[in-house]
Every structure is written in C-alpha cells, then in structure tokens.
Design a protein around this ligand. Structure first.
Ligand code: SAH
Ligand code: MG
Length: 215
C-alpha cells in the first residue's frame, strides 16, 4: 500500500482508495516522467495520490479546475456539499480547500493549481505530458473538449487516465465512457488497468527500427 503524507479519508472528494492507488502506480510507471496534468481538482483528493508520485519522480503536477463545481455539485443536486458554498458570492468555491489539502500534504512545491475552465487553459498549453488525468465536467461537451484538446499533449509512453467510466449506463453518465472509447478507437492508446470507474491507458512508445526512432 502507498503511504500518503495526509489523512486522505479526511479530504473531501470523489476518489476511492484503490482508484487513487492505481493512479499513483500509473504515474510511477512512466519512464522519465514529465509534467503531469489533472482536469478536475475539486478539493485535491486525486491530486494527493498523483502529486505524491510526481514528488517521488521529480515531476510537476498541474491541476486545472474553475473551482465552481460541476452541475452535480450545485445546490439542490446529489453531490452538493454546503461547506463549499461561498454564500457572499453565491457560487461554489473549492479553491481554498484544494490549497489547504496541498499545504497539509506538503505538496506545494509539486502541485501547481491552475484556476480556469479546462478548454480555456488548453488554448495556451504547449508542454508534452507524462500523464493526463481527465476527471472534470461530465457533460458531453466538457468531456469531449477535455479529450480532444488535451490528449494530443500526451507524450509517447505517457498515460491517459479517465475517471467515471461506466460501461453500464445504469451506473452513471455516458460522456466519460464515450471518450474512453474514442481513445481506444484512435489506435493511439492501449488499456493497461481498470479499477472501479478508473481506466488507465498508455500511449504507444515510439517504435524503433535498427535503433532509429520513427516519428
Ligand atoms: N478529482 C477530484 C474530483 C473532481 S470533481 C477528486 O479526486 O476528488 C470534478 C471537478 O471538475 C469539479 O471540481 C468541477 O469544478 C471541475 N470542472 C467541471 N467542469 C470543468 C471545466 N470545464 N474546466 C475545469 N474544471 C471543471
Ligand atoms: Mg470523478
């Protein structure tokens, strides 16, 4: 089992311990792990699992969220948490909770929060990624935007992780499952691990012939 620098049970969020452990393993499995990026920070639960692996590997983790919550986090919906409601502003605000988690976990030198809508942040992104974790909005538009704009940044040998993949529609919404299928259909990724609703896919390493890398 992995040792985490914080009582992870006490961190609000949506990541089961076995899923978190699989994410952590996936990051450790990437040779020469480069920068990693997570979409959907919420209060930092998955960022601790990933961040701890990045710390060991000397890599940075960028974690992107507008911090206003997804649809299902809004008042009146199933996954609303009134502690995260900024009454004065009349909006959700998970950023202070993320910052507290990172501070308590000693990960402020490893995990860099980016506050903004993922589609907007993608406009300015140019770094190859060792691992991309998609756990943001679950509408078709949000999930497809995350897959289309971000997955091309995954380096050869890097990992694409997707959360909330439910093959059975009775278990949950379709968009994360659909982008998972798009990734497999692209021929660029192969599935390596599946734990609950988490899927771990790897982008093929560059093929070599006679020692020379092929583009
Ligand atoms: N990974 C977290 C859970 C993420 S919940 C954990 O381990 O607990 C999903 C998060 O995605 C919410 O915090 C929501 O604000 C964010 N989100 C939804 N749509 C987004 C978008 N288009 N851009 C950035 N963040 C988004
Ligand atoms: Mg999720």
């Amino acid at each position: 089992m992995i040792t985490l620098p914080i009582d992870i049970e006490a961190v609000k969020g949506f990541m089961a311990p076995q899923e978190g452990a699989a994410l952590h393993r996936a990051a450790l499995s990437v040779d020469g792990l480069g920068p990693c990026l997570e979409i959907g920070s919420y209060c930092g639960k998955s960022a601790v699992y990933l961040g701890q692996a990045c710390r060991k590997m000397g890599a940075l983790l960028f974690t992107v969220d507008h911090h206003r919550g997804s649809e299902e986090n809004q008042p009146g919906w199933d996954y609303h948490d009134p502690d995260l409601w900024d009454a004065a502003a009349g909006v959700m605000d998970t950023l202070p909770f993320l910052r507290a988690t990172l501070r308590q976990a000693g990960l402020e030198e490893t995990v860099i929060p980016i506050v903004g809508r993922s589609g907007l942040v993608a406009r300015a992104w140019g770094q190859p990624l060792g691992l991309l974790f998609i756990d943001g909005g679950h509408t078709r538009h949000a999930a497809e935007t995350d897959y289309r704009l971000w997955s091309p940044h995954i380096a050869p040998g890097g990992v694409l992780a997707i959360h909330d993949v439910f093959p059975d529609p009775a278990q949950g919404g379709r968009p994360p499952f659909e982008i998972y299928q798009m990734a497999l259909a692209s021929g660029l990724f192969e599935e390596e691990d599946a734990v609950s609703s988490l899927r771990i896919l790897r982008r093929a390493r560059e093929k070599t012939r006679g020692g020379a890398a092929l583009a």
